[in-house]
Design a protein around this ligand. Sequence first.
Ligand code: HPA
Ligand code: ZN
Length: 342
Amino acid sequence: MNNTELETLIKTIPKAELHLHIEGTLEPELMFAIAKRNNISLKYNSIQELKLAYNFHNLQSFLDIYYEGANVLLHERDFYDLTWAYLEKMHNENVLHVEIFFDPQAHTKRGVAFDTVVNGIYKALEDGKRKLGISGYLIMCFLRHLSSESATETLKLSMPFKDKIIGVGLDSSEINNPPSKFKEVFKKAMSYGYLTVAHAGEEGPPEYIWEALNSLNVLRIDHGVRCLEDKTLIDELIKRRIPLTVCPLSNIKLKVFSRLEEHNLKELLSRGLLVTINSDDPAYFGGYINENFLACQKALQLTKEDIYNLAINSFLGSFLSKKEKTHFINKINDVVKISSKH
Ligand code: HPA
Ligand code: ZN
């Protein structure tokens, strides 16, 4: 396949997105529009000025701006509009299933009610299913820079919405906030029927991935790129078939790797790990899912087989049922069959 054909394959192949923070899809234009209707004054005078601030040197420097941006979100309609804009984009990128993170504590600590957040996002997901045919799950993340008590409090707040939330995750500042800090609250969440994931091994060491596996019993690792530093860990991830939700453009923006050409995605794949490509916070990192695929294809010479495997992995690594996974994988095979005829 030549480069144009690979580009077409990336754009048309059915995909799932498994690592996406809905607050990280807040495009500057929408941020300004919502700020205006909510009578909130932003620190920046223009979209251009705001975009100049998107120059991160690590995870924390990004998070400071990300939480500031999320401050414009006050009403159910704001969360709906945010989620709907993302789903429309995904529809255009042939993304058929999404598992969306949200950060309730980033909103409840500002006095925005838990139900405002969930209802706004969830209504957009329902419309996404009905109008666009996209299926979607919601994963509630605990902010790891806050206390485990605050996480437990948030877990309690989620109880009336248990049927709208499929699982819990762990995000925010990784260094010095190891997964073990949240052992008890994850145990409780599992006993309530929530599935579990955690960010680990983005900036933090392989030991944090071990902790996410052994203390939190997670079903997926978000990022996990530092696992290659520990051979025993790689074997364990393979043995347990733990998916890694890798976010290539995010890793470059947050200086986890200095250039995309140096990203270890291809090596993770070649070791036999269940790797997926995701966008993390696309409004801040310069690209949604197809842009992540396209940039990786160019920088790392992804082949047709790599793209096919990554698309299959995105469904295999999801929380869909076995039957649904088979349905989506059949759809992938239809597209690949057609494209190989040309
Ligand atoms: N890492 C940790 N926390 C986050 C991220 C991320 O990439 N995006 C939003 N919250
Ligand atoms: Zn993330």
